[in-house]
Design a protein around this ligand. Sequence first.
Ligand code: MV4
Length: 497
Amino acid sequence: MNRVLIANRGEIALRIIRACHEEGLEAVAVYSSVDRAAPHVRAADHAVAIGPAAPAQSYLSIDRLIEAARKTKAQAIHPGYGFLAERAAFAEAVESAGLVFVGPPASAIRAMGDKTEARRRMQEAGVPIVPGASAQSEDLKAAGRAADKIGYPVMVKAAAGGGGKGMRVVREAAALAGALEGARSEALKAFGDATVYLERFIERPRHVEIQILADRERTIHLGERECSVQRRHQKLLEEAPSIAVSPGLRERMGAAAVAAAKAVGYRSAGTCEFLLLPDGSFYFLEMNTRIQVEHPVTELVYGVDLVREQLRIARGELMQVPQGTLSPRGWAMECRITSEDSANGFLPSTGTIDYLKPPAGPGVRWDSGIEIGDEVTLYYDSMLAKLIVWAPDRLQALARMSRALDELVITGVATNQGFHRRLIADAAFARGEIDIQFLDRRPDLTGPDRTLERVEHLAIAAALAEDGSRQSRLPLVAADTSPASEWARQARSEALR
Ligand code: MV4
């Protein structure tokens, strides 16, 4: 293997290109029409146009991607995250074309993609799952009995789901029929499969996930990431380790994640998502069969390059990670910087990046997909960059993130930078008092930016006061107030500054 095609764009394409170059591999970029001068295209060794801006005709087109790999003689395809990363059919098509898929076997993707199948296999493997039942919900009576047995509140979930679509919370038997119907029609629309199942609804858990890595000899875990800070199923900040996870709990959750991966014959990097309760009990939710957005926080505390290991494993080599129990060193935190205006309800924003000053300095990593002059459109995901910091402990990581957010300047497009500054400054967040509903309880963090409003009012008041005082001074200093001379005076004062 000497050439890898990256079936993705933005920051993750750049991240993979960098890993390829460090591994002595050439990188082939693919690009849609609006991305022809994008950073990932310029960073790659070769680039292939694959179609118009609309993802369905470019980054989601299996045929065009495989054709691009053929044309450029790439021997492998890395899918990144999103787009085709978790489509078993894509992994299969790549293998059928005689190429290497940089990721898990198609069979592992398929097993974990069907959530009821995954539940069954996890139960068999001894991985704790949420008490529940697959509901053949055409039979309402059977569903009602199942829900009674599980105990309310229950959650109705789509078998083909994940990421929050086709889910309903049901707090009483009377609401079950409507929820089943609603979830089924939503699941059919979103996934083309109306199959749903029931689980006990877990209130106020943390969302903690375990990173795993598997080669042909070993399946290991690289501890947890705390991902509870999310809004509408979009993660906004992640950290590693989690303040809620002791070394003992880490080993138990890690062992469960390793068992989950082994149960489906997993290879490459993958992540098991768990719900974690204050008493230390945890439940397997689903497995993400890809490299994840938030992988850098694990890299920083474990000193492992996960994308490099993916490439090594894809080449048939063994991972280069020490044997024995690994433990996290220090603390890492990641803020997802998106083109969503957090001062205005997280409204998606578009425009040209006309100025960008990324943070730098000790312990700062900036994984970005944007440069000055780039156009931000609505065609793709709103994530512009990830700001990741490392420090010896959580308090210092918070201080470092605060400093880095102060250094960051992005203009031309509205972002969620203001939200992150408020979050990092928040006392409850600083104490680590977070769960998946944290932001729902804190409209002061996600709502319009009151401090910005106050600063604006103060600026207007100051300008009015200054204007008033200038007007009153005017007769004293204005020996000559003719327009030409006022322009000249201004020009002189500007030049003298
Ligand atoms: C749950 C749950 C509570 N109880 N299952 C959301 C997306 C999908 N991955 C599973 N999800 C949840 N499943 C039970 N039995 C709460 C969620 C959930 C959630 C999970 C992880 C991260 C953020 C979340 C936000 C809302 C709901």
